[in-house]
Design a protein around this ligand. Structure first.
Ligand code: F6P
Length: 384
């Protein structure tokens, strides 16, 4: 059994809201790590931050990695990790632990063999006598993390997602890396769009929010940006395209969030929308939009969906720094035995945010956001 045995590191700075651990050498810590939900680029970098933070300060550290998200915690699929596991992973995308989607709403529902999942997770935690379970994930993951906290486990949550939709933190790790990739996709479209005089739609991930599309759209110089928080009017979209044509611009680029919605659809109740979607003939929103644009303008339309490339590859330098900071701050909380928090970035300071205050909330783009105002000021249309 390889353990982490390291010296105490006094090199802390005191600029963070979280007060750093200063008591001296902590003798023994036993922590669990798991990554759950869709992956992203900086999961490994964040786990590395946690483990390096602990191993530099704790004389005897045991780290258990649960495989494939909550599945590993439920079914006792874990392995003890050594310092080698955290070496060379700062730049490595994906997750060394694997991940899976385990919907929160099914956590209280027994599995096909009648297993009580919550009880099973608690038993595995207690069996390993963990001091803390560090959970990396997005909104759904966070809800289960909070449930486990309510059940009495020591939990730290680290906010992961390319969608940047976690309430209580300005930034999630993975987001900036995905912005880079989505921006690159739009950049590449620019040259071909200009040569062909076409309308191009680039469909960008982000689930039900528009952060990724908004940032990549602005960074990539999109002419029209459609996000879920600002339902679009197809006539306004056409107007914006026509305005460009009238101004002698041969092409138009639309950055379309995968969750973009028309004004008519936004008025429907959840039930009505579900009913309508039963007969939906398009693979995604961009294809419907493309049809409508072509019908109304007769201009050639092309669609690009970068899809999961947005979650792939290495974390960008911003994410590496963010992950290292969040991971280090999580280690600090563990050493101080302060549990039940999400480690967040608020106004460029790392803060601990009570999980109970944020779990289940979504951070959406406000149509009044300054970023939207600035984008509109330079002529970007939001189709509203
Ligand atoms: O939440 C991250 C995300 O990439 C969303 O942007 C997207 O809607 C979803 O995950 C895709 O999920 P999956 O990988 O399960 O298809």
């Amino acid at each position: 059994m390889v353990r982490f045995k390291m010296g105490y590191n006094k090199g802390h700075q005191d600029c963070m809201t979280i007060q750093f651990y200063e008591k001296g050498v902590t003798t023994m810590k036993r922590i669990g790590l798991l990554t759950s939900g869709g992956d992203c680029q900086a999961l490994n970098a964040t786990m590395r931050g946690v483990v390096k933070g602990l191993s530099s300060n704790v004389s005897d550290l045991e780290v258990y990695g649960f495989m494939n998200g909550y599945k590993g915690l439920i079914y006792g699929d874990y392995r003890m990790l050594t310092s080698n596991d955290f070496s060379g992973i700062l730049t490595k995308g994906g997750t060394i632990l694997g991940t899976s989607r385990q919907p929160f709403k099914l956590m209280r529902v027994p599995d096909e063999n009648g297993l009580d999942k919550v009880e099973a997770m608690k038993q595995n935690y207690y069996k390993l006598r963990l001091d803390c379970l560090v959970i990396l994930g997005g909104n759904g993951t966070q809800k289960t993390a909070n449930l486990l906290r309510e059940e009495g486990l020591n939990i730290i949550h680290l906010p992961k997602t390319i969608d940047n939709d976690i309430y209580g933190t300005d930034m999630t790790f993975g987001f900036q890396s995905a912005v880079d990739i989505a921006t690159d996709a739009i950049d590449c479209i620019h040259t071909t769009a200009a040569s062909h005089n076409r309308v191009f739609l680039v469909e960008i991930m982000g689930h039900k929010v528009g952060w990724l599309t908004l940032h990549a759209g602005i960074a990539g110089g999109a002419d029209i940006i459609l996000i879920p928080e600002i339902p679009y009017d197809i006539d306004k979209v056409i107007e914006a395209i026509n305005r460009r044509t009238a101004a002698g611009k041969g092409f138009t680029i639309l950055a379309v969030a995968e969750g973009a919605i028309s004004k008519e659809d936004a008025k429907l109740s959840k039930k009505e929308l579900k009913e309508k979607m039963k007969d939906y003939k398009y693979p995604s929103v961009s294809y419907e939009l493309a049809d409508r644009i072509f019908e109304k303008t007769g201009v050639e339309v092309r669609i690009t969906v970068p899809g999961h490339t947005q979650r792939g590859g290495s974390p960008c330098p911003y994410d590496r720094v963010l992950s290292t900071r969040l991971g280090a701050a999580a280690a600090d909380l563990i050493m101080k035995e302060e549990y039940g928090y999400m480690v967040a970035m608020v106004n460029n300071k790392v803060k601990k945010v009570p999980l109970g205050d944020v779990a289940g909330k979504l951070k959406m783009v406000s149509p009044d956001d300054q970023l939207i105002k600035h984008a509109k000021l330079i002529g970007i249309s939001f189709g509203d």
